[in-house]
Design a protein around this ligand. Sequence first.
Ligand code: ADP
Length: 846
Amino acid sequence: MVSVLWLLAIPAVAAAVFAWYLARRQALALCASRERYQLLFESHPQPMVVYDVETLRILAANEAVTRVYGHTPDELARMTIRDFRARHCEGELDHPSWRSPRPIDRVETVHVRRDGSTLAVEVFWHEIMYEGRRARLATAIDLSARKAAEAAACESNERYRQLFENCPAGIYRTTPDGRILMANPALLRMIGYTSFEEIVHLNLERDAIGEGRRAGAFVNKILASGELRSYETNWRHRDGSLVPVREQAVLLQTPDGPVFEGVVQDLTAKRAAEERLRRSEERSRALLEHIVDMICVVGAEGVIGYQSPSVQRILGYAPEDLAGRNGFDFVHPEDVAAVREAFASAITTPGDAQEVEYRFRDSGGGWRLIAGTVKNLTHEPAVGGIVLNCRDVTESKRAQRELECAAGELARKNVELNAALAQARDATEAKSRFLANMSHEIRTPIYGVLGMTDLLLASELTTEQSEYVQGLRCSADALLGVINDILDISKIESGRIVLESIPFSPSALASDVAMVLRVQALRRGLSLQCETSGEIPPLVLGDPTRIRQTLLNLAGNAVKFTHAGHVKMTVTSRNTESGQATLLFAVEDTGIGISADQKRHLFQKFCQLDSSTTRLYGGTGLGLAISRELIHLMGGNIGCDSEPGRGSTFWFEVTLPVCAREALPDTARSLTASNVGPCRILVAEDNETNRRMLLRLLNSAGHEVLAVTNGVEAVRAVSSTRFDLVLMDVQMPEMDGLAATASIRRLESILRRRTPVIALTASSMKGDREKCLGAGMDDYLAKPVSREEMLTKVNGWIARTGGAAAKPPSDCPDREQESPWGGASQPHALLRRGREESRGSAHVRD
Ligand code: ADP
């Protein structure tokens, strides 16, 4: 039984032993596995910890933790994983989700080492049961290297992007069939776009942006060789224009298939610069072709390297004739030394130009004179030699020599001419003086003839005698007219005419002229009218004598050259601003008229339009010339409108200051004042005729006159008698007017009085007035003097001084007793009626 039992127990024991064995083996295996894991855990190169999910306490840590973080195992035993976290990463540990069960997970965070330094890590963990607790096995992988790599990649990307964005060349990526995948801003700008969106739908090939690519089979070439360098073509701009470009492209294989990546350089600016350069070169070449100067580059010894085309043109040498030859061989032997010297100076002072002038043999064997500069430009790489910049001066030197001769000749001629001119001037001067003197000389006897003729006419004559005397009178008148014209023109020519500026009435002047001519007009069966139109100023300041002379000439001509019809004179005034009036005097006639051709000769000296004029009408042909000169002297204009057979209108226009009656000077006012006098006047005049005329004129104005014949008598008269005025001829025998006046002034300084002395001069030359005033005279009358002028002056001075001498009771003796005086009753107080009087006023002439 026992054995049965034993037998029964054997399997049980065996089973138990087997079970123990198994358990033991399992335990051993487990132990081995645990050791293995322990070993793995311990020797793992990455830091690994096991921590409690609830308390976060470190349950186990491998050696790598101590190595990487620096904590000792003892310290680790007291730490939680919170102590590993950098402060800013701690928060997530408190998040409820942190502790929620997750079999496996990862997190990127920042750990802090024992020494405080931080460490970017990626922590992997999986949940385990450790010693009966919920725990996590966590492995930290150092991310520093990866992060650095990532940062580097990122930076590289950014750099590439910047490059792509800012690269001045265009960059693109396209599919081989032309679809644009990428394009940088420079490329967009190049073809006229601003954003990639605008071109994303475009195709480089289909839309012909790469305009010139097809002809060059760009795509085939790049597909064949994998890359294309310096491919020059045209791209089409958005506005249709072509942009010259240079492309380089490579074929790249990408996961999406082959692509082209290329760089495009805009060549517009380069092409423009090239074009400019080309033009500039062309210009330089053209200039060099046509330049007058000859340019040669030679070596230090004189061997010719380069010659400008002008050398062949000027000296006849083709480039091959001179290339390699020594230039000195062509220089005239006498000039070689000078040229060598210039060369030596040029070589020692590079850049400085040395002047040279030498003779050079031309291809025909003749000598040409060459002048210019030598300059050492050996240091200039583009030149590399000594530059001769010269020109052929053979002809110009010859011309200069000729010119110098001609200039010398000219200077000689000039001297001769100046002498001739001076002679001519002297001759003209002499002629003018001669004419003036002759006119005076001739006029004096004519006045005598006129005066005597007047006396004769006043006497008892038979009809026949009267006719003869009338004829005599007409001839004398005509002669006087001619002489007066000649005197006027000689005065004008020598610039000795002096214009007066005295108040006068323009309308009175015109009607005065009309009155003078009316008798003559009526005699010819013509009507003569005088009209004024517009507001004529009552008084203007000017030279009434010369205006009257001009008007008389025009109107006289009108009467003379009109056979039937009328002569009409009109005075019009345009009152201009600033107290000036522009007066237009016009004389219209219905006479013979003047053709356009003849009109061109009018107003010229000695011009009579028809050769028969002198015969038919008389005259000198000087009247209009004198009139024009006088009006021009006054700053006016003169002209004529005419039609042959229908008549003419001669006119002149002068602008004169308007004269206010109140503003008139004393002398002028006296002209308009009614009565001055009677006064006592001394006349000193050697010419008897003139003396008589003056007597008559002054007597007729109511004055008492004593007439003497020279200066001595005049002084004597003033010393014994008090006069209101003295009229003193300048040229007199024994003592002239100037000396007499000086004596009178000396005498008067003792007598304490001052008698106005008016000079009468014949020459009416410039400077006479000054001479007279300098001698102590008060005023001046140039002969011929009109009655009006004379009385204006005389009355003016008498009004100014009061004319006390003749007024009773005065210190003057009784008129009758003053026998030596030429009083009103004097037999020699003659009345003269010359040509001038027939024109309306008596003139005193010498
Ligand atoms: P003169 O009258 O002494 O000949 P002028 O100089 O006054 O000299 O005139 C020059 C010429 O102009 C006259 O000879 C005449 O031929 C021409 N002429 C002048 N006025 C008139 C006129 N009103 N009608 C026609 N011809 C005139």
